[in-house]
Design a protein around this ligand. Structure first.
Ligand code: SF4
Length: 349
């Protein structure tokens, strides 16, 4: 049994102060202080002794759960708002149906009720070796090796991987946030800063233990969504998985289009999940669609650009074909018109 200190912070300032006194880490496998929100991933990792904080700073009493329209006309999603609360919020349902669909494609109703928005961004990979302390894993312990390279790697990355780690990021919500050009607002010992969503998660490189660019002791306060009303009518989140619920995606796609009165594409957004250490976007794959009439050929070209440089591991060559087809299907679904996800349902009991 290891002793564990626990602080229930009433404000973000109190949480940061408790953290600063300990020297905290917010997303690393370290022994210091850590923030806890819904705990839906962290508690599992603590039970397995993969994450071993000696001080938990509980954020559940902090006033970081608001979802409000921002001065610029976008939306602020509080870090402590629950995933379900976010997906069913009227502003999200009406103005960001892509985000609502992505959240509701994830996990189970019970987990969505508990998991926080900030925690969703900081969840760790579901690489099975990461969760098995008996096996080498560079993300768990740098320099120990990667069991997935040469091991079972059906669920692993085809883009942006390194010789040190081929894990994928597991979030659905983050794929939509990437497509919607969100930004992450954090506060830490050096003050507040804004991080573009595309920069928030890292590729593994030589430091696979670092999932994000968060510095020690930094706390996510809220996620900002820019106004994206032009994308409301034509968006789709398509997730391909081995069973229809409560499963991580093999591949997922967040796609959104803005069309002019002649039906031509004015703006396109495409993000891929399940294929890399972070949601995968490439501006060329979006720019190439501008001015075109939606169609399979144009969408296929966009998918090819998005997947350029994809490299398969032993077990996941199918993902390259699957990802291309899923991008095309998601863009076709977006062009056909947004399907409303679970309208009128509240937070599940
Ligand atoms: Fe660890 Fe990454 Fe290799 Fe999985 S892919 S075993 S998380 S280093």
């Amino acid at each position: 049994m290891r002793p564990l200190a626990y602080t229930r912070a009433a404000t973000a300032a109190q949480a940061l102060q408790a953290c600063a006194q300990e020297g905290a880490q917010s997303d690393e496998t370290a022994q210091g202080a850590m923030f806890i929100a819904g705990g839906t991933n962290l508690v599992d990792l603590m039970k397995l002794q993969i994450m071993r904080p000696h001080h938990l700073i509980d954020l559940n009493a902090t006033p970081l759960a608001d979802i409000v329209v921002s001065d610029s006309g976008g939306l602020r999603l509080g870090a402590m708002a629950r995933n379900a609360q976010t997906a069913y919020h009227p502003q999200v349902q009406q103005r960001y149906p892509l985000l609502a669909a992505a959240i509701l494609a994830a996990a189970s109703a019970q987990i969505r009720n508990m998991a926080s928005n900030g925690g969703n961004l900081l969840q760790r990979t579901r690489c099975t070796y990461f969760y098995d302390p008996a096996t080498p894993c560079n993300k768990r312990r740098r320099g120990s090796g990667c069991s997935a390279i040469g091991g079972l790697n059906k669920y692993h990355a085809i883009l942006g991987a390194s010789e040190h780690c081929i894990a994928t990021h597991p979030s659905d919500m983050c794929v939509a946030l990437a497509a919607l050009d969100a930004s992450v607002h954090v506060r830490g010992p050096a003050g507040a800063r804004e991080i573009a969503f595309a920069e928030f998660h890292r590729l593994p490189g030589a430091e696979p233990e670092r999932d994000t660019v968060l510095e020690e002791g930094e706390l996510i306060e809220y996620i900002a969504l820019p106004d994206a009303d032009d994308l409301v009518a034509h968006s789709a989140y398509l997730k391909i998985r081995e069973r229809l619920s409560y499963a991580f995606g093999l591949v997922s796609v967040a796609a959104a289009l803005a069309l002019d009165d002649d039906g031509r594409i004015v703006r396109a957004r495409i993000a891929l999940g399940g294929v890399a250490h972070k949601p995968w976007r490439r501006p060329e794959s979006e720019v190439c669609l501008v001015g075109l009439v939606p169609g399979r050929e144009a969408f296929g070209h966009a998918a090819d650009l998005l997947l350029e440089g994809a490299v398969a591991q032993h077990d996941n060559g199918f993902k390259i074909t699957l990802a291309r087809r899923t991008v095309v299907r998601a863009l076709e679904a977006a062009a056909a018109g947004t399907q409303v996800a679970h309208p009128g349902r509240g937070v599940a009991a």
